[in-house]
Design a protein around this ligand. Structure first.
Ligand code: MEV
Length: 281
């Protein structure tokens, strides 16, 4: 038997989601596969999954169709896929709850948005400890550009926490503004108004810049995409590196991909709204 879980991309609301505000995340077509064997990847998460739901001596090997360097969420996907292997009949909710506990035990930080995407799949509106809402969307015209720099999520979360301590009112105001645009993005995504969703990405990026999590490289790729005709663009995830995303009309997609590469980025081909954890045939 083999199980698999998808990677994810944060579309809106990163950082704010850690403090109880909403975000929108999508599962991507790149998947992480788990089968019985010697652990080769993320052994800590596999061991913790076995400790939670397995028997001593059990072990899993993991392999992925994506590189861990992109920040697509390999630790959450491996944990979710291993739990599915151990209890194939468990509900997504049970898998999510147990996997999120494991991630928090090992990493100490995180909103669980990556775990929710790995377990449920699709595109989700998510509020920590409160809401998991699948969104019915179709054909998101998204392009993903990798900066070539692996971001350290935990230290980015810590940087924002420090900023919040120094200037709580300002940071709270930013989070509230992000939450407001997440609510609008949710409605416009369901309606397929990708042009407006792109503009909302631009707004979200401005707030992320104010939080201090963007970098020159991210800005270079974002402005290259915008100049080549994207409706809007932003970083995706913790910032400090990893990926940027943009939305663009079909007739501009080729030019944008080229512009991202010329600006030093790597375009990653992923489909969005992918299936959640599953048993492979
Ligand atoms: C990291 O990809 C997104 C953050 O919001 C952290 C999290 O939600 O766990 C920065």
């Amino acid at each position: 038997m083999k199980t698999s879980a998808p990677g994810k991309l944060m579309l809106f609301g990163e950082h704010a989601v850690v403090y109880g505000y909403p975000c929108i995340v999508t599962a991507v077509s790149e998947r992480l596969y788990v089968s019985e064997g010697v652990p080769t990847q993320d052994p800590k998460f596999i061991e913790a999954a076995v400790k939670a739901w397995g028997k001593p001596g059990m072990n899993f090997s993991a392999s992925s169709s994506f590189s861990g360097k992109f920040g697509l969420g390999s630790s959450s996907a491996v944990t979710v896929a291993a739990l599915k292997f151990l209890r194939p009949m468990a509900t997504n909710r049970e898998i999510f709850d147990t996997a999120y506990k494991i991630i928090l035990d090992i990493q100490g930080k995180g909103s669980g948005f990556d775990v929710v995407a790995a377990a449920y799949g699709g595109t989700l509106y998510y509020i920590k400890d409160k809401t998991i809402e699948p969104l019915a969307i179709s054909d998101m015209p998204l392009i993903v550009g990798y900066t070539g720099i692996k971001a350290d999520t935990v230290s980015m979360i810590e940087n924002v926490a420090k900023k919040k301590k120094e200037n709580p009112q300002k940071v709270e105001r930013i989070f509230e503004a992000i939450a407001k645009l997440v609510e609008e993005a949710k409605i416009k995504m369901i309606g397929g108004d990708w042009e407006r969703v792109g503009i909302l990405m631009d707004f979200n990026q401005e707030y992320l810049r104010d939080l201090g999590v963007s970098t020159q490289k991210l800005e270079d790729l974002i402005s290259a995409a915008k100049k080549a005709g994207a409706w809007g663009a932003k970083l995706s995830g913790a910032g400090g590196g990893d990926c940027m995303i943009c939305l663009a009309p079909n007739d501009k997609q080729q030019a944008i991909r080229k512009a991202i590469e010329e600006a030093g980025g790597e375009v990653i081909d992923v489909d969005t709204d992918a299936e959640g954890v599953r048993i492979e045939k």
